[in-house]
Design a protein. Structure first.
Length: 243
């Protein structure tokens, strides 16, 4: 619990990954990929119940071995490419009701730490925001990005203030969702069907813990990172820098 409110964490992992077959149970550092997320969540100071939403027997078995509950099997309708994470979390809340805060943890962010999970929840509580999500610094600043118009000419996605220097060191910070932690107050989430709003708080994470596994190249990056990873993601290091 945090602030007297109970917390449900939902690990979402469907079978049938196309980019990396068997991704969620791929052995990484001597344990299935999903176990990295489960271990970090189990060490949380605030999560009251940790459950899996999956349609795949092998993923369910791996999660159970790692100490995560699997109180139901996800329906086929929520296991296809068209199903959204929001729909899956709503389904989990309907099946496992009674919690004040819900946290979405995706196995494809294995390097997020327990400190990142708890830090997101602490910021949700301290800010009074309806939701809080984890972020990483943007690879390219929005003021440096363009689209091509109908005539093939450059048009900025975001127009900088007149006269603003566009040197990297002069630019204001820009952030992207990194997919590692999504937290929201349950009633608000069920009404909005989203973790995002203009009132959402952002929890910055460093790039080295923001790797999202989507391609075989990402898997190779993860394997390299794991070889030298200290501390492990279920430890509680100092809060990450916001720079």
């Amino acid at each position: 619990m945090i602030g007297g409110r109970s917390v449900l964490a939902v690990v979402t992992a469907r079978g049938g990954s196309k980019g990396v077959p068997g991704k969620n149970i791929l052995p990484i550092g001597g344990r299935p990929l999903i176990e990295w997320t489960i271990d970090a969540a189990r060490a949380s100071r605030y999560i009251d119940r940790l459950i899996l939403s999956s349609d795949d027997e092998a993923i369910i078995a791996a999660a159970l071995r790692a100490g995560c509950e699997a109180p139901f099997r996800r329906s086929a309708a929520l296991a296809g490419d068209a199903a959204s994470s929001i729909d899956v979390v709503v389904d989990a809340l309907e099946r496992v009701p009674g919690h004040d805060i819900v946290v979405l943890l995706q196995p494809t962010s294995p390097l997020r730490s327990t400190a990142d999970i708890d830090g997101t929840l602490e910021l949700l509580e301290a800010s009074g925001a309806p939701s809080c999500v984890s972020l990483r610094a943007a690879d390219e600043h929005p003021y440096w990005t363009y689209r091509l118009d109908a005539d093939g000419r450059l048009a900025r996605y975001a127009e900088p203030p007149a006269g603003m220097p566009l040197r990297r060191q002069d630019l204001p910070p820009a952030w992207c969702l990194n997919g590692a932690v999504y937290a929201a107050r349950t009633g608000w989430f069920l009404r909005q069907r989203s973790f995002l709003s203009p009132q959402t708080a952002g929890y910055p994470m460093p790039a080295e813990r923001s790797l999202d596994i989507d391609t075989p190249a990402d898997v190779e990056l993860l394997k390299t990172a794991v070889q030298s990873l200290r501390p492990l993601p279920n430890d509680r290091p100092e809060a990450p820098s916001t720079r």
